[in-house]
Design a protein around this ligand. Structure first.
Ligand SMILES: NC(=O)c1ccc[n+]([C@@H]2O[C@H](COP(=O)([O-])OP(=O)(O)OC[C@H]3O[C@@H](n4cnc5c(N)ncnc54)[C@H](O)[C@@H]3O)[C@@H](O)[C@H]2O)c1
Ligand SMILES: [Zn+2]
Ligand SMILES: [Zn+2]
Length: 365
């Protein structure tokens, strides 16, 4: 079938094109897209900051309606509403043990535009194969996705804002709920109040943290952090030492947990210094450059642990339905993060994401 999709053919440029999309193969479904979030990783791919293969259709936070199922798909049917999340192979040790976020094949499946059989599903007017980011490519009116990466949801739900659960919200909320697992009364500091950081703040509130500190440099984002559960905010541009300020807000000890979600290299050390003894620091951002750390001083003496987390260490088919329940109860107000744009205004939506005006731009189809 003919589809309209946003394709990257050279670094830094994306344009709408008509492409041919094939029918779903074994274990795959064809989805008519209703909405798609724009994530930082779409920009990283467009700017070739990740090892990708061009041409590629961007988009990896789609929601839509299943139109057709391929052979072997038993748990989805035409008419089902789905949230489309990140891919995993299903066959490596991590996948088989229930940790698809650590899949051996994730670099290829996330960024090369190919599916599990190493082939692409789209072709352009000149007959060249075109890839789909995250085995999805949701900046398009239709896409093919492996059924194992699609999460069925209640058809009554308003799907528009739920696309943010697919990557950004899952990453921030999962870093807190799946990795840190704070106890009620614990403290958390989040560096970077974008979609990922604010989702972590919402999750910390859900988990009963008493002190939740958001760090950013954009006043509107700091205000939203307060609205979404932060008890304190720090303007990184005005504060000489964020780590010291965090300590002064946590009885001089530092926070139990810290999350780096800004991607600013200098903030990695600030994050580690803001954690108390035996605390936990988690990095989710793709930090824009190398960082030099005195590891003995930072880790050994204070007995702190430092981990990287992909997609909130979540298993989308079990974690996303839980997040949907929190959304229904009003405890995860993801609609506060979203600004909506018609698909034709892709350039404006991307410009607003870059300028900081929109936290989670959502394209509507
Ligand atoms: N690990 C994963 O699986 C995963 C998944 C999604 C996104 N990510 C990454 O997480 C990061 C955050 O994603 P996002 O979509 O929320 O991005 P974003 O760009 O919306 O958020 C980054 C925030 O950091 C703030 N910031 C910039 N400079 C700062 C400074 N000096 N001090 C404090 N704050 C500052 C910005 O104002 C912004 O609010 C990105 O690096 C993204 O690539 C990782
Ligand atoms: Zn795997
Ligand atoms: Zn993403």
């Amino acid at each position: 079938m003919k589809i309209k999709a946003a394709v990257v053919r050279e670094k830094g440029k994306v344009a709408l094109e008509e492409l041919e999309l094939e029918k779903p193969r074994m274990g795959e479904v064809l989805v008519r897209i209703l909405a798609s979030g724009i994530c930082h990783t779409d920009f990283s791919t467009m700017n070739l900051e990740v090892p990708t293969t061009l041409p590629i259709v961007l988009g990896h936070e789609g929601v839509g309606v299943v139109e057709e199922v391929g052979p072997g798909v038993r748990d989805l049917a035409p008419g089902d509403r789905v949230i489309m999340s990140y891919p995993s192979c299903g066959g490596c040790e991590s996948c088989l043990q229930g940790r698809p976020y650590a899949c051996d094949n994730s670099t290829e499946l996330f960024f090369f535009g190919t599916y599990g059989d190493r082939d692409r599903r789209l072709t352009d007017a000149a007959g060249q194969k075109v890839g789909a980011l995250f085995g999805q490519g949701s900046f398009a009116d239709h896409c093919i996705i492996a059924a194992r990466n699609a999460v069925k949801v209640d058809p009554e739900l308003d799907m528009k804002a739920l696309c943010s659960l697919a990557c950004g919200v899952q990453t921030g909320a999962g870093a807190v709920l799946n990795k840190m697992k704070p106890q009620p009364g614990d403290s958390l500091v989040v560096f970077g109040c974008g979609a990922v950081g604010i989702s972590a703040i919402m999750a910390a509130k859900l988990a009963g943290c008493s002190t939740i500190i958001g760090v950013d440099v954009v006043p509107s984002r700091m205000e939203l952090a307060l609205e979404c559960g932060a008890t304190h905010v720090i303007n990184g541009r005005e504060c000489p030492s964020v780590a010291q300020e965090v300590k002064s807000l946590t009885d001089g000890k530092g926070a139990h947990f810290a999350l780096e979600a800004s991607g600013v290299p200098a903030l990695v050390e600030q994050m580690l210094q803001a954690v108390r003894k035996e605390g936990q620091a988690v990095l989710v951002s793709f930090v824009a450059g190398p960082v030099t750390l005195d590891v003995s001083m930072l880790f050994v003496g204070p007995c702190i642990s430092f981990s990287g987390v992909v997609e909130g260490n979540s298993n989308p088919r079990t974690f996303i339905p839980r997040l949907v329940e929190f959304c229904k109860e009003g405890r995860l107000p993801v609609e506060k993060l979203c600004t909506f744009y018609p698909f034709g205004e892709l350039d404006k939506a991307m410009a607003d994401a870059r300028s900081g005006k929109a936290i989670k731009p959502v394209l509507l189809f």
